[in-house]
Design a protein around this ligand. Structure first.
Ligand code: FES
Length: 112
């Protein structure tokens, strides 16, 4: 893969994100759903989806970080919306995980 526009990392750490749910989905469910979204839209050259261990903000898990390589922005997703304080990173702007994960992908691609 050439350098993707988006790197989406999905926490599947059993310490928290496998037992926290966003609209019925834990970290593993979100990972699989995102992989399906990318495959169905044939975006494999533009979007990389990777499982990871704790990325902090477990309280708001399941947690996903989206690194937008094309504009240098990094967006944090979880079960809250707005300013929150998380360990190690301090005060951050959290985005609520949408019901439709295709929306999350679309919203972070260039030209959205
Ligand atoms: S265990 Fe998932 S963010 Fe900490």
């Amino acid at each position: 893969m050439a350098r993707p526009d988006l790197n989406i990392i999905v926490c599947v750490d059993p310490r928290s994100c496998l037992s926290h749910y966003s609209q019925g989905r834990n970290g593993k469910d979100l990972l699989e759903e995102l992989q399906d979204v990318v495959a169905e839209a044939q975006l494999q050259d533009h979007v990389q989806v990777t499982p990871c261990r704790c990325i902090f903000g477990c309280t708001y898990g399941p947690r996903i970080d989206v690194a937008r390589r094309w504009d240098g922005d990094k967006r944090l997703y979880g079960t809250s919306q707005g300013q929150v304080t998380i360990s190690r990173r301090g005060r951050v702007n959290m985005h609520r995980l949408p019901a439709d994960l295709a929306e999350l992908v679309r919203d972070n691609l260039p030209g959205a």
